[in-house]
Every structure is written in C-alpha cells, then in structure tokens.
Design a protein around this ligand. Structure first.
Ligand code: ATP
Ligand code: F1X
Length: 308
C-alpha cells in the first residue's frame, strides 16, 4: 500500500498547563514528529506490520526527521525532495482543558515538475493508495480527482482523507474513490450546511454512497464514527481511554480502514479495527499505534451497532 502526502509537516507539539492567549505561555514540554496526514497513515500501517510506501513532497533542507522515521519503521521512502524546508505546524496541548490548538503553516510551493514526479510515484501503487491532506500552494484542487481516475482504472482502491476544494473536486469527479473519511466539519463543508445530529450525518454519508463511494466513514472525535456502505450503516463508540493527544487520530483511523480493506474484513470488523487504531494512537503524541496485539485487544472490546 502507498500513501501520498503532498503537504507534509513537522508537528511541533507544545504542552502547556493552560493556554492563555495574549500572555507569555511557558511550555512544560515540547516534541517534534515527522508528520502530515499521509505520513501519519504510513507510520500507523508500519506499526501494524504492513508493507507501506510513502510518497509526497519533502523540503530537502530539513528531511532528516522524515528519513529517521522511514528508517525506524521500515517505510519505503519514495518522497520527492524539493528546495526549502518542510513546514512546521504547531500543536498546542492544553493540559487543563484537554484541548488542542493547531497552527498549520501553508507549506512550500512546489514547481510543476516536482508535482509531476510525485504523481508518477503514486502510479506505482498496486493495491490501495491513500490520498491525504491539504495541497501545497499552486497545486490544482482537482489533483486527487485526477489521480483517483488513473488509479481506479488500474484497479487500485483509493482511500481519501481531504477537505475543502480538493474534497469537493474529488466527489464531483468522474470516478469515485473507494473510501473517504471526512470528519463532521469536513462533511459539513462539503454539503454546505450544518449537520447537527447523527441522522443528518448519516443522510449526507448515504448521498455519497449513492454517488458511488464504496465506504464513507464519518469521524466524530470523542463520539466515535459512522461506517456507511450501500448495504449497512454502523456506529462504533470509542473506548474510554486516556487522551494524550488527539492529533492524528483521524489518520490512525484511516490506517485502520486500510488495514481492514487489505484483509477484506467484513464491515463490522473493519469498523472496530479502525476505531481501535484511533484509540491506540490517543495515548501517544505523534502518529503511532501500540502494535498489532494491543490494537486487536482494543478492537475485541468494541461493538459496531447498526443505525438507521
Ligand atoms: N477525545 C477522544 N476520545 C475518544 N476517541 C477519540 C477522541 N478523539 C478522537 N477519537 C477517535 O478517533 C477517531 C478520529 O478522530 P477525529 O474525528 O477527531 O478525526 P480527525 O478530525 O480526522 O482528526 P485529525 O485530523 O487530528 O487526524 C474518532 O472517530 C474516535 O474513534
Ligand atoms: O494541512 P493538512 O494536511 O490538512 O493537515 C496537516 C496536519 O494537521 O494533519 C495531521 C493530523 O491529521 C498533522 O500531522 C498535520 O500537522
């Protein structure tokens, strides 16, 4: 399996006792991780034991943290290097409220040649390709739609985790992805209005399925996720686990979906596995899951309940 991250990031996580805007805040602790949505998915899949390739666009001037991650987790590095530094995104963890504040930078502006080289790397995918995250400046919003058309024509299943214009363009495109994982906010952005309850989220997910998306997973943070196909709609409530950082929980869930699809799991088992991947990640900062046995143990405690 292969993941694409056109706009990766180094996540600088800053832990504070309590965030006070407008004041001098003294950090308790800081950590830096190689990240970005597709890189996070690759890291979780590698922890699961999957054979995974990461491609995307990395700034050549600060790629050592990514090289270390790829080496440590045995992820095949097919990322294109471009001049400059990969962006650093700030993640502020407030210990008192438990909330995270994200400050995401725009990232590098790659030239057309680098994007084309990256597109060529994506075409090496053989089974499942994960297209994740925002696009760097200057990249056309229909890139995920175009990639999906060429990948699907070769029988590669596309799993997409996008938002805004790239998600709109993907779902307006001629070929639907195999699976998408919008969070509540991303789905609201797509349909253009609030989705205040489960019934509204389910109706929006069903419209995407009717359009041809095989599996729509709507993630709802601490409220769990909906898993919707043409045949079934399930809800999985997350286990109650201590949350160190929810950054990348959605990416861990995407990794769990991919692992489930790769093994052709029936929908209830796939839904529990994806939720277990996310729960396993929550204990740690950075995209990582605790390993196969621990994730399977979490999944065994979960239930996928039909909804309608
Ligand atoms: N506070 C939490 N408590 C329990 N489970 C959580 C919590 N936050 C997230 N999860 C689990 O992780 C899944 C994905 O989370 P979420 O909906 O926040 O994804 P996301 O918005 O895509 O996240 P990100 O962009 O940070 O990766 C949820 O469906 C749930 O199973
Ligand atoms: O700019 P994007 O691609 O939307 O989001 C980037 C990002 O917030 O997503 C990951 C968490 O999902 C982080 O590792 C990273 O900083």
């Amino acid at each position: 399996m292969l993941t694409l991250t056109l706009n990766p990031a180094i996540d600088a996580t800053v832990t504070l006792e309590a965030l006070r805007p407008g004041a001098v805040n003294t950090a308790l602790h800081t950590e830096r991780h190689a990240a970005g949505k597709g890189i996070n998915v690759a890291a979780c899949l590698a922890d699961w034991g999957a054979d995974v390739t990461a491609t995307g666009l990395l700034g050549a001037d600060n790629d050592s943290i990514f090289r270390s991650l790829f080496r440590e987790k045995l992820i095949a590095d097919r990322c294109i290097r471009i001049p400059g530094e990969t962006r650093t995104n700030i993640k502020i963890l407030d210990r008192t409220s438990g909330e995270t504040t994200d400050i995401n930078m725009p990232g590098l502006a790659p030239d057309a040649g680098a994007v084309e080289s990256c597109i060529a790397e994506v075409q090496r995918a053989t089974d499942i390709a994960v297209l994740s995250g925002s696009l760097p400046r200057g990249v056309a919003p229909d890139i995920y739609a175009r990639l999906t058309a060429t990948l699907a024509a070769r029988g590669v299943r596309v799993v997409a985790d996008a938002s805004g214009g790239p998600l709109q363009a993907l779902l307006a495109g001629p070929v639907m992805p195999h699976a998408v994982k919008p969070n509540r906010h991303e789905l609201e952005g797509l349909v253009g209005h609030a989705l205040p309850d489960t019934a509204a989220l389910l109706a929006a997910a069903r419209r995407l399925v009717a359009q041809g998306v095989g599996l729509v997973v709507v993630s709802m943070g601490g409220e769990g996720a909906l898993f919707v196909t043409a045949d079934a709609a399930l809800r999985v409530k997350p286990p109650s686990v201590p949350v160190t950082s929810s950054v990348g929980a959605g990416d861990a869930m995407v990794a769990g979906i991919v692992a489930g699809l790769a093994e052709k799991l029936p929908l209830p088992a796939l839904a529990c596995r994806a939720t277990a991947f996310a729960a396993g990640k929550l204990r740690k900062t950075g995209a990582q899951i605790p390993g196969r046995a621990a994730v399977e143990a979490i999944a065994a405690t979960l239930a996928a309940d039909p909804i309608d």
